[in-house]
Design a protein. Sequence first.
Length: 64
Amino acid sequence: MPKMKTHSGAKKRFKVTGSGKIKRNAAYKRHLMRKKTKSQKRRLNQDTFVHDADLSIARRLLCI
């Protein structure tokens, strides 16, 4: 049986922390930025964690 390959798009977007959580960048940061407040843009700069509902999908894509 061949080995599982990591999803190329997923490995560019996600990082696994030491505790096993999966970090991701915030969405809504690409365009239409003049409408958004400064505090909203500052908050979007921070990394967040993948939600529990999507964790199994992200793990499968990363072959964890």
